[in-house]
Write a protein that binds this ligand. Structure first.
Ligand SMILES: *Cc1c(COP(=O)(O)O)cnc(C)c1O
Length: 369
């Protein structure tokens, strides 16, 4: 039996082993372990890659979201529009500033926030819109940004799953007032530990995130804001510089795998992800929909194929948000009941992808008349 793992981080580390060893060695030898030259160079290189003027490295994706919101002046009493179907961090970042996340349903086709529903969620307290590029496909940014401009709102996009993806030919990372990134190991660009960043063209936002990530201080031992300690590690920055150079190659492998799935699964009972015309997804996840998820997932598992669910519970059904008040989120509820993520990552070869396809095709209940 071919065993197909969902993602194999060890294999990916092995692939770049000598380059990573060299980068780690460079930091060990430098004696500079916090906010040294590696962080500075990674910030320059990542800003150039996404096409933004500034990049500020921080300790995680959650912190990138939180600090960008604070740099935009968002705090208690404010509201921020978020998708109803996203990873919990998007909502937690808003809550941690003291503001309230106000959820908007996704489009069923793209899983991304439904632009047509944003306007009715905007109130006099709304300060920002926070779209998420879920599973690696950019949200429909142009209408979101123009609505925000009309209503005097900021736009922060959560690009934790979208390193390298494009919207109308432009890379995610400079499409909004600021963009938040995570370098959690399993992301398309992942460190060997935690990490995050904010990219922006706005010098004021970049400057404030820089101050907030380092005790709110611009000059050592002089604090001007109640900041935090949320710096990108020097060691992780050195690792990320190595991996950034391979990002496009690894994303191209993901795109090839996705194309193979799209072809191979076209005539099966699973519903395939829809690629929006204006977008180039980086396929962080390959997510199908099925009304028999437990059956299909069990069948795949019994045949050595590891799948995951992103996500089993939406944010509004998590403990901190149960008390609402929320409208019904029928689209999100349906998606959460149907989504299943198939193995996806640069570690997969064609034979493994074909094995997943053949195994899906052999699922019995679909073969009965
Ligand atoms: C991973 C992720 C985050 C959080 O990133 P961390 O680095 O784990 O804090 C935020 N939003 C989305 C959509 C994510 O996938």
């Amino acid at each position: 039996m071919t065993v197909v793992s969902f993602l194999n981080l060890k294999a990916l580390t092995e692939e770049l082993r000598s380059e990573l060893d060299e980068a780690v060695g460079r930091v060990l030898d430098s004696g500079l372990y916090i906010l040294g030259p590696e962080v500075e160079k990674f910030e320059e290189e990542f800003a150039a890659y996404v096409g933004a003027r500034y990049c500020v490295g921080v300790a995680s994706g959650l912190d990138a979201l939180h600090l960008a919101l604070r740099a935009m002046g968002i705090g208690p009493g404010d509201e921020v529009v978020v998708p109803s179907n996203t990873y919990i961090a998007t909502w937690l970042a808003v809550s941690s500033t003291g503001a309230t996340p106000v959820a908007v349903e996704p489009r069923e086709t793209t899983f991304n926030i439904d632009v047509d529903r944003i306007e009715s969620a905007v109130t006099t307290r709304t300060k920002a819109v926070l779209p998420v590029h879920l599973y690696g496909q950019p949200a429909d940014m142009d209408p979101i940004v123009s609505l925000a401009r009309e209503r005097g709102l900021k736009v922060l996009d959560d690009a934790a799953q979208a390193h390298g993806s494009k919207y109308r030919g432009r890379r995610v990372g400079s499409l909004a007032d600021a963009t938040a990134w995570s370098f959690y190991p399993s992301k398309n660009l992942g460190a060997l530990g935690d990490g995050g960043a904010v990219t922006t063209d706005d010098s004021g936002i970049a400057d404030m995130v820089r101050v907030l990530r380092n005790y709110g201080s611009r000059h050592k031992y002089h604090t001007e804001r109640p900041g935090v300690n949320s710096r990108l590690d020097e060691l992780q920055a050195a690792i990320l510089r190595v991996k950034l150079a391979h990002l496009d190659t690894w994303n191209a492998r993901r795109a090839r795998i996705a194309a193979r799935y799209q072809d191979g699964l076209a005539s099966t009972a699973v519903r395939l992800p829809v690629a929006a015309q204006e977008c180039e997804s980086v396929w962080h996840l390959y997510v199908v929909r099925t009304d028999d998820r437990p059956g299909l997932q069990g069948h795949l598992e019994a045949n050595g194929i590891q799948t995951l669910i992103h996500y089993p519970l939406p944010p509004y059904r998590q403990q901190p948000y149960l008390s609402g008040p929320h409208p019904d989120f029928l689209v999100s509820d349906r998606l959460h009941a149907e989504v299943l993520s198939l193995p996806m990552g640069p570690h997969l070869d064609d034979q493994q992808v074909d094995c997943v396809i053949e195994t899906v095709k052999k699922y019995k209940p679909w073969k009965q008349p």
